[in-house]
Design a protein around this ligand. Structure first.
Ligand SMILES: Cc1cc2nc3c(=O)[nH]c(=O)nc-3n(C[C@H](O)[C@H](O)[C@H](O)COP(=O)(O)OP(=O)(O)OC[C@H]3O[C@@H](n4cnc5c(N)ncnc54)[C@H](O)[C@@H]3O)c2cc1C
Length: 373
């Protein structure tokens, strides 16, 4: 049976679009299906928008590899396509003497990941860069930056449409079957109209929806798709003037990077995300009793004692598609192909949390190379 399309990508977040762009840029037929009325309405539009350097991730991991490679690709892509971005640089700060050895360990990890430009700053050198900072020492990561993630996704979508691809919105994939010849048959729902579409290759880049889709496929041997656990992160935005020119991060706590300060492309400051494990993926900002704001103020004042009273305004909530439970060690990105699930021509992505935005173009190239023409 001839399939309707060579490759279907489910999910028009930044990762699905980057995969489709890599395929369409090579002249390969690709169709992206997205359940919302626009691309990037879920995790991809609710992040810190930081272009990470690649400091934290275990050496040789996909996270380390794709972050370092993706960062380079992303700066090039943003420059060539007029996507607003800024190489602000980042200060990773130790606020107590006891934390200083942790900076050395992170600098060591960064070097192992091929991030060669990280330098240690004494307290006075850090304060010379950011006079309002409180710290006893810091690492400077000059290649960390910020990007307008919405403009990035628009540009990627434009590349897909200008190449041999299309993006179909308002279309939810409700069921998937594998035909006898290995073709994928997708049952879709679009504004109340049901349809079936067949594809030779299938990519699941569905973020928080990935496990639900993965479970629709036949489970071969002992394989089961990873379970997705939503973990919410709230952001506050600073009203009014802010004195920083760099992004400022406290030391990470496990895989959580702490309440950090990022700058958007207009130089406005926002703080977050916190980490809240939940059973649902609600994006409702929740601080009825004011305890969350108080906790943010306490955390921020460790590195910025001058945070003015009453200047944090509620921002937004992003939801991480984690594939581990609270208290467990964070695993790598899970990019599963036939070697994992024994289904030829299927690539399924799970747990694409941070640094997924930074890694998107590198993941796109990797996944495209896994799919036969
Ligand atoms: C709070 C937070 C902060 C972050 N900060 C950063 C950062 O600073 N830097 C960085 O590099 N990364 C960051 N990340 C990670 C980054 O945002 C994600 O890795 C990335 O956006 C994931 O993109 P995605 O395309 O995989 O998922 P998504 O953006 O979630 O896209 C998946 C798409 O699939 C669609 N979909 C799902 N099921 C179906 C279905 N059945 N049919 C049709 N469509 C479907 C959804 O509607 C959605 O649009 C952050 C993430 C969070 C949550």
């Amino acid at each position: 049976m001839a399939a309707d399309v060579e490759t279907v990508v489910v999910g028009a977040g930044v990762v699905g679009l980057a995969i489709a762009r890599a395929l369409a840029g090579g002249g390969r037929e690709v169709l992206v299906l997205e359940r919302h009325a626009a691309a990037g309405q879920e995790t991809s539009s609710r992040s810190s928008e930081v272009i990470h350097a690649g400091l934290y991730y275990p050496a040789e991991s996909l996270k380390a590899r794709f972050c370092v490679e993706g960062r380079r690709l992303l700066y090039d892509f943003a420059r060539e396509n007029g996507v607003p971005h800024a190489r602000y640089g980042k200060l990773l700060v130790a606020t107590t003497e006891a934390d200083l050895p942790r900076l050395d360990a992170i600098a060591e990890k960064a070097r192992a990941n091929g991030v060669a430009d990280v330098t240690f700053l004494s307290q006075s050198a850090a304060l010379a860069l950011e006079p309002e900072l409180a710290c006893v020492g810091a690492l400077l990561s000059p290649s960390t930056g910020a990007i307008d993630s919405h403009a990035l996704m628009l540009a990627l979508e434009g590349h897909v449409r200008a190449g041999s691809g299309s993006v179909v919105l308002n279309t939810e994939v409700e069921d998937i079957a594998v035909e006898a010849d290995g073709t994928f048959a997708l049952a879709t729902q679009s504004a109340g109209a049901a349809a079936t579409l067949t594809a030779k290759n299938l990519v699941l880049a569905a973020g928080l929806g990935a496990t639900r889709l993965g479970r629709m496929l036949p489970q071969r041997g002992s394989y089961a798709p990873p379970v997705t656990y939503p973990a919410r992160g709230h952001y506050y935005v600073l009203e009014g003037r802010q004195p920083f020119r760099h992004l400022v991060y406290p030391l990470p706590q496990g895989a959580w990077l702490g309440i950090h300060l990022t700058l958007d492309l207009a130089g406005r400051a926002r703080f977050g995300p916190d980490l809240e494990w939940r059973d649902d993926a609600s994006t409702l900002f929740d601080d009825a009793a004011g305890a969350r704001r108080a906790r943010f103020e306490r955390e921020i004042r460790r590195y910025w004692p001058g945070l003015p009273e009453g200047k944090l305004a509620e921002g937004y909530v992003g939801v991480r598609p984690k594939i581990y439970r609270e208290g467990e060690v964070a695993p790598d990105f899970a990019i599963h192909d036939v070697r994992h699930h024994a289904i030829p021509r299927l690539v399924a992505l799970y747990g694409i949390e941070s640094p997924g935005l930074t890694s998107s173009l590198a993941i796109g190239a990797h996944v495209a190379a896994l799919l036969p023409a």
